[in-house]
Design a protein around this ligand. Sequence first.
Ligand code: PLP
Length: 402
Amino acid sequence: MEHVVETEELAIDGGTPVRDETLAYGGQTIEEEDVEAVAETLRSDWLTTGPTVEAFEEEFADFVGTEEAVAVSNGTAALHAAMHAIGIGPGDEVIVPTLTFAATANSVVFEGGTPVFADVDPETLLLDPQSVKERITEDTKAVVGVDYVGQPCRYDALREISDAHDLVLLDDACHATGGTYKGKPVGSLADLNTFSFHPVKNMTTGEGGIVTTNNSEWADQMRRFRNHGITSTHHERAEKGSWYYEVANPGRNYRLTDFQCALGISQLQKLPGWVERRRETAHAYDEAFAPIEAVEPVTQRDDSICAYHLYVIQLELNQLRGDREQIFNALQAEGIGVNVHYIPVHYHPYYRDYFGTEEGLCPTAEAAYERIITLPVFPRMTDEDIEDVSEAVRKVVNVYEH
Ligand SMILES: *Cc1c(COP(=O)(O)O)cnc(C)c1O
């Protein structure tokens, strides 16, 4: 059958690209007051382990509604500190979704534990509670939900399973800062909740991370862990005029500096507005792609507010002549900074070699991996940027459709 719609020549075939300059898939927003907040802290007495760290922890804990927040040097350190606090060690299994950033699983390995990869729901690409159930053994100690793209996992179901088997429930909430589940803020949904403040995430401290919890024992343990395992901070010793300290067990140096925390406090004020803009962008994409049968955005449940760290589409490959790679390359040639989140973690050589993971372990995630593309979403994008992305997707899919 002849195409009714006229097709434009794709940039990859020598046509004119939708954009001259590539639009990145994500990026930070730094405003004058952010710069001021950092500068002010740089002029103060404390560059690290000072009062701004505590102030940021308090504000973040208030924001998510937990008793405690422990700031650390990045999101991976947050996961590692959480694994340490709950005592993961050799022989312990921790269930993680395979469709995540490798750090989720790596943090289990750091403490000598075994990550056990579970599959995801085909529509939301979130950890599938049924798959979690199937993975539970006598050695299972914890389950980690990953709020993929910014949509919270089904924590009611995960909580029920965790309680029934006496497991610790964690939320790797690195995508979901500013989201909610059934009216409750992300950060208060699991026993331990970890965040990243990398520039590409919903708010930034340059590098940075935080763990939120209502368990003060775990929080104390994480505060020691981030500071070499030392039982008092430099700040506390200065206040008491004492030089004495003890190492309870060897920790890390995972501290976040005061000037980074100053940036964190400043960014946190603006986070709700930025999440709102991310959601506007996502809804504009949803509308633009609704008529395009070969493009299926990741499904959103209506019990949650998705914080849209990412906007991911699944291609209906049976309606397209090309595969994901071809569509990806064509979009890139149009000036769109596309990405793929993620290669299933169980595919990585380390996990194949040391944990014997193989293709077939998580069929839904593996099939999704063949057809996902991440499109740009970040608050600084203009309405024209959003229109460019929508236009590029329309243009490319139009050429590749059967
Ligand atoms: C970004 C991210 C991390 C790691 O955070 P860093 O700050 O880069 O160490 C971990 N898990 C997920 C799901 C992430 O998106």
